[in-house]
Design a protein around this ligand. Structure first.
Ligand SMILES: [Zn+2]
Length: 335
């Protein structure tokens, strides 16, 4: 390649990585520094530059959008709603910004992982199927031409759902004993383990539950290990299928690792996702994510669109004073 062309590719690759890293979700004390971490730029530059040298669109993989939480205190229902739509629009806008720097652009393959562990989190396979179909419809409706979905059903078409999960974990993913040892040693996994355990505990603590709190905690920890083990197996399978893709994650990541943690929504709780919460119009033209029950306790009311629950709206303040209710961040880049 001509020297100038090489330099142009190199600079464009850095520009592309910067566009992504501006939105980076970092692990606290994970080693990243600066608004855009230069060590992470250097670390991820080559994967992007390789795609660019061949003139291909840059492929990103994002395991996310599994299924709605089964907890009605958190979400508006089992189907994708405005919370997912805002996150998809945000991902599409990221691809559009990358295309401005690098015309062949980027594609984000959303690797919905609901089928991978829905049996562990108390969500039926039918709900996962409906969620995936609705998400595909949403991607088409909002014209997100750079986004697509990939699920376990695409890997084992026509197979029984339990069989798919058995095939996935056969020879892939760690044993839960190994994960337990990893958590005991401390390190990066502890954060994810605690986050998932907390979600499991919240989702199991539904009205009508009988049994002690400590039994629930034990069960939540057990299930969290199961979810992490399955997610790792899914991760390994995706690496086998898409070896050249740049890996994204919704979980905060330490500096210069294989994946880039991506901020889908700017909330104070880094573990809050569109599928664990509802989109809330804060009354000043901005959206945030909140758990349904918390938003309703702050006076938010439900808005339906096309006959389905869409989002919540906090009452518009009568004076020029700022909206008092949510002590939360705001969905950036949302619209
Ligand atoms: Zn870094």
């Amino acid at each position: 390649m001509h020297e100038t062309a090489m330099l142009d590719t190199e600079l464009a690759a850095i520009e592309v990585i910067r566009e992504v890293l501006v939105l980076q979700r970092r692990l606290r004390d994970g080693g990243c520094a600066g608004r855009v971490c230069l060590r992470c730029v250097r670390h991820h530059r080559d994967a992007v530059a390789t795609a660019m040298a061949h003139g291909r669109p840059i492929d990103f993989l994002l395991p996310a959008f599994p299924t709605k939480s089964p907890n009605p205190a958190k979400v508006l229902g089992p189907l994708p709603d405005l919370a997912e739509e805002l996150a998809l629009r945000f991902l599409e806008s990221l691809c559009e910004r990358i295309a401005e720097v690098y015309p062949p652009g980027a594609r984000i393959r959303v690797c919905s992982d609901g089928r991978v562990f829905n049996d562990l989190i108390g969500v039926g396979d039918d709900n996962v199927t409906r969620y995936v179909h609705e998400l595909n419809r949403m991607i088409a409706r909002i014209g997100a031409v750079h986004l697509s979905q990939f699920t376990l059903d695409d890997v084992y078409p026509g197979a029984d759902h339990a069989r798919m999960r058995a095939e996935l974990t056969a020879g892939r993913g760690p044993h839960t004993d190994a994960l337990r040892a990893e958590v005991r040693r401390g390190g990066d996994l502890v954060h994810m383990y605690r986050g998932i355990t907390r979600f499991m505990l919240e989702d199991l603590s539904v009205p009508g539950h009988t049994g002690s709190r400590s039994a629930l905690q034990r069960r939540s920890r057990e299930l969290a290990y199961g979810v992490i083990a399955r997610s790792r197996a899914w991760d390994e399978l995706l690496a086998e299928l898409f070896p050249d893709a740049v890996r994204l994650s919704i979980h905060p990541q330490p500096c210069s690792t294989r994946k880039i943690g991506l901020l889908l929504a700017d909330t104070p709780d880094v573990w809050l996702t569109p599928w664990h919460s509802a989109a809330v119009d804060t009354g000043d033209g901005r959206f945030t994510l909140m758990k349904r029950a918390e938003a309703e306790a702050a006076g938010a009311r439900l808005v339906t669109v096309r006959g389905r629950p869409s989002h919540l709206v906090l009452a518009r303040p009568r004076t020029a004073a700022p909206v008092p209710a949510p002590a939360t961040g705001v969905l950036r880049h949302a619209r």
